[in-house]
Design a protein around this ligand. Structure first.
Ligand code: ADP
Ligand code: MG
Length: 885
């Protein structure tokens, strides 16, 4: 009669085989559907699978007769919902196949008869009888697939109106706990979930559900698409009210064989052959060779030209095969029809890298496409890596190498790496931008037959000359690898992307809600967010960001000091700061007094600091030097009058900013470009609006926060023990983060003054400024491990251990620990210390040093237990150390 109790027994008996979410029998339902060429699983089948994965649903029992329906109601209890079961009906309520809130046997009999009547001309398998779910907040979770990125998961609000509201967020599978949290945070209606006008929904279980769906699809690639719509969210738990899955043979999205190979020699070749090098001005082969010569490429050059003895005075060869020495890289700039033979020659010669600048391939129709495919076959066979065709090569100012098609003048060596699809775009912006930005490497990828944006990104993230990466992209190949590589790259340096085609809507024929909502741009956005890539709106924003990221340090806090000559631009900056997650720094009375002295009598001391029209460079210098000393000021916006901008350059350069960034604003700067260029070259980004300056600082700060938290996560993964129990209380070990200010403050307040004194060796109390400093740590310099107890909704710290990098002694870290009084002598200190030592090893430290006073017996005991050795005594102090190598 039903898929009922027998199946749930089945699930229990065999659940979790081989660590998979689904047992074999449930996975078999999916396989069988694929074999039967069925495209989708009906609600009851989908829900059985979901239940098997531990996801709560309203049930999946199916009645095939009126009596069966009644028997099932007995088991479930009233009220019930009844829905039609038919492989031909995807949208049940549209077809009149859903009856809700049936309260009695009478209701159910009536409904059964009328449904059978309604669908008498259709193939129906029965009617599901399920629990009525209590009303909750209607949400949707779905999965769809993208040809480049593979499976994507969607979360949103809306139920029936989901397509209209479009309040959804996407991520590429598989997702992490953090991704799940961000997906929920990102939707416009997230405040509703957090309890706006009501009780908050159970965000924890919602996150777990997202993770489960991610895992389910990841483990079962036959699930092509999936919709849970609606999903009811409650203050405790959730329930999937409707579900369907679309299944098919798994598709493999990754087709490229690129990646994972080191491109160092491609960017720093020791010798270059230019096939098609020419002496004739105006020819592209002339430009390319001339660029290499005029920028003084330091390696060997071999012009290849069958009709010449020399090109620009350099000995030429008829074919690359005639070159007697090995060649690292060949540039091909000959007519399209000669390219194939040239590449075959390169392969025969054993050249590992070829740059095809010639055009006339996949971009120009059928014949070109075929030619490109033939070339691809040749290079794959020989393992030769190719950039292009239809590109403008690579510029590497750190190797004096300019391969561009257009003649380029002097370029300074810089720290910006750029990937552009079109050579013309790169050339067009390069000339102008080289006034205000110094590039390290610029790569144009053209048709990206082989080497693509992700390969270049991967290399740029490794190159120490590069500290900011800019990508101008038209499409993303093998998106899944992009997310992977970009996530790692963004941990090392900022990656700023301009992706064209933002508004392009998804044009796919779709059956699921999720697929209809997954337009190309939603997917790209998700990929960028997930990998921590910064997305620019347009060219101007792209280079506004790049100028700041490449010239200025990342702000360490969100307090900003705004110095202006006009109140109105100060207000504009302020508004945008708050919209960008920043705020005006609060100056302590001591600093306020100093500011007053630095300003004319009539000026109002506050932040923004309005110097009015009397603003001078020296005055600004004084103000900045005061701000540099304040703990709450972590960056500056300086609004300068265009007429006197020139007088600021040298003074601004003479200030020691102590790693706090500054952005300048000059209204209508495009009309005083001469002095703007001077400022930019001195290292100060100049924006024509205060809003842009504020927004850019906000994006830098957000990048820093994200990066720190991702680094902290990667460190925390090395904990070998993160759960323990102390006096039967569960205790979690984790790294401290900037959201812990409250917990840290409570912890310090709960410690006895003696404990605090033993840890800090002076009287110590919690202040907001200290809380900031102790919670907001840079994981590259400091690791703070906390032991946190959770009882109900209450969290508290029981102890904190810190490893602080010794900047003066390579490979050394200082160690300190404090345990709150009632939790001392319960071996918590030893566990925290052991884990810190574990992290220190993984972070590559060679020695850990600790210092304490002789009376601190508890601490000395912990250090001894952890094998620290005794280094010496000095008056009242004991020094101990642990050798890790
Ligand atoms: P379909 O999407 O195929 O039209 P659903 O199963 O989503 O059909 O049902 C339509 C609507 O009926 C749902 O959006 C939900 O509001 C309501 N509904 C369906 N099943 C239940 C149930 N078991 N409990 C409460 N409400 C339900
Ligand atoms: Mg539905």
């Amino acid at each position: 009669m039903t898929r009922g109790s027998s199946t749930s027994q089945r699930q229990k008996a065999t659940a979790n085989q081989g660590g998979k979410l689904l047992n074999d029998e449930l996975a078999e339902i999916i396989h069988q559907a694929v074999r039967d060429n069925r495209s989708y699983l009906m609600e009851h089948e989908s829900k059985e699978i979901l239940e098997g994965a531990g996801i709560a649903t309203t049930g999946y029992l199916v009645a095939r007769s009126e009596d069966e329906a009644l028997a099932l109601c007995e088991r479930i209890g009233f009220p019930v919902a009844m829905k039609i079961v038919s492989p031909d009906i995807v949208h049940k309520s549209d077809a009149g196949g859903v009856r809700l809130n049936l309260l009695s046997a009478e209701d159910v009999r009536k409904a059964y008869r009328s449904m059978v009547e309604t669908f008498k001309y259709q193939h129906i398998e029965g009617i599901t009888i399920q629990r009525m779910a209590a009303p909750g907040i209607e949400a949707i979770i779905g999965v769809t697939r993208d040809p480049s990125f593979g499976p994507l998961i969607m979360f949103g609000l809306g139920g029936v109106f989901v397509e209209v509201l479009r309040d959804v967020s996407f991520r590429i599978l598989p997702i992490t706990e953090k991704d799940a949290a961000e997906m929920i945070e990102e939707i416009r209606g997230s405040d509703i979930l957090k309890g706006y006008r009501g009780r908050p929904v159970d965000l924890k279980s919602l996150q777990q559900l997202l993770l489960k769906i991610s895992r389910l699809v990841d483990e079962n690639p036959e699930i092509h698409e999936l919709d849970l719509n609606p999903l009811f969210l409650y203050s405790e738990g959730y329930i999937a009210v409707d579900a369907r899955m679309f299944v098919r043979e798994p598709v493999h999205t990754e087709t490229t064989v690129t990646g994972a190979q080191n491109l160092h020699d491609f960017f720093y070749p020791k010798s270059i052959a230019v096939i098609g090098a020419s002496d004739v001005k105006g020819k592209l082969g002339y430009n390319v060779f001339c660029n290499l010569i005029s920028h003084q490429y330091p390696g060997k050059l071999y012009p290849i030209n069958p009709g010449k003895e020399t090109v620009m005075g350099v000995r030429a060869y008829k074919s690359i095969r005639d070159v007697p020495d090995p060649v690292d890289l060949a540039i091909v700039i000959v007519p399209a029809k000669a390219v194939e033979a040239a590449i075959a020659d390169c392969c025969a010669k054993g050249v590992r890298f070829v740059v095809v600048e010639a055009a006339g391939f996949a971009e120009s129709g059928k014949e070109g496409k075929e030619a490109q495919a033939r070339i691809e076959a040749i290079i794959r066979k020989h393992g030769c890596r190719v950039l292009g065709p239809n590109c403008s090569g690579v510029i590497n100012t750190h190797h004096n190498m300019v391969q561009s098609i257009g003649l380029l003048g002097d370029l300074k060596k810089g720290n910006v790496g750029m990937v552009a699809q079109a050579g013309v775009y790169a050339a067009g912006i390069l000339t102008g931008l080289s006034n205000v930005l110094d590039f390290g490497i610029v790569a144009t990828i053209g048709n990206k037959m082989d080497i693509n944006e992700t390969d270049i990104l991967e290399y740029l993230s490794d190159d120490d000359h590069i500290s900011a990466i800019v990508m101008y992209m038209e499409d993303i190949r093998s998106g899944k690898r992009f997310v992977d590589v970009a996530s790692r790259a963004a941990l090392r340096k900022p990656v700023i992307v301009l992706k064209s085609g933002r508004t392009e809507a998804g044009k796919k024929a779709v059956s699921s809600h999720t697929a209809s909502l997954a337009g190309n741009d939603e997917v790209n956005s998700a990929a960028f967010k997930q990998s921590g890539v910064i997305r620019a709106r347009d060219n101007e924003h792209l280079f506004a960001l790049t100028r700041a990221f490449s010239k200025q340090p990342i702000p360490k806090g969100n307090g900003v000091m705004v110095i202006t000559y006009t109140g109105s631009l100060g207000v504009a900056a302020t508004d945008m700061l708050y919209l960008s997650g920043m705020r005006l720094a609060e100056l302590e009375p001591y600093f306020q007094k100093r500011l007053k002295n630095a300003l004319p009598e009539f000026a109002n001391v506050g932040n923004p600091i309005d110097c009015s029209f009397s603003m001078t460079p020296e005055q600004v210098k004084n103000l900045i030097e005061i701000g540099v000393e304040s703990g709450d000021v972590q960056s500056f916006i300086v609004v300068i009058q265009g007429e006197i901008l020139g007088s600021f350059v040298d003074v601004m350069k003479s200030i020691d900013y102590k790693q706090k960034p500054v952005a300048c604003v000059v209204a209508c700067k495009e009309f005083m470009i001469h002095d703007v260029v001077k400022m930019e070259q001195a290292g100060f980004p100049v924006y024509s609006t205060a809003e842009m300056a504020a927004e850019v600082l906000g994006q830098m700060y957000a990048y820093g926060v994200r990066r720190q938290s991702a680094l902290a996560d990667s460190i925390a993964r090395h904990l070998t023990k993160d759960n323990l129990s102390v006096d039967d209380m569960p205790v979690r070990l984790r790294l401290i983060n900037s959201k812990d200010i409250g917990l840290w403050t409570d912890f310090v307040n709960s410690c006895s003054s003696k404990s605090l004194w033993l840890r800090f060796l002076s009287p110590f109390s919690a202040t907001p400024e200290r809380a900031q400093r102790f919670c907001n740590v840079n994981p590259e310099e400091e690791v703070a491990l906390v032991a946190e107890a959770e009882t109900g909704d209450q969290h508290k710290f029981l102890g904190i251990a810190r490893l602080i990098k010794n900047k003066r002694r390579e490979g050394e870290a200082e160690y300190a620990i404090i345990i709150s009084d009632p939790w001392q002598n319960k071996s918590l200190g030893i566990t925290l210390s052991e884990q810190c030592i574990e992290l220190a090893k993984k972070e590559g430290y060679k020695t850990i040093r600790a210092e304490t006073i002789q009376q601190n017996h508890a601490m000395i005991r912990i250090f001894r237990r952890c094998d620290f050795s005794f280094d010496g005594k000095d008056e009242n102090m004991v020094s101990m150390s642990l050798n890790l190598s």
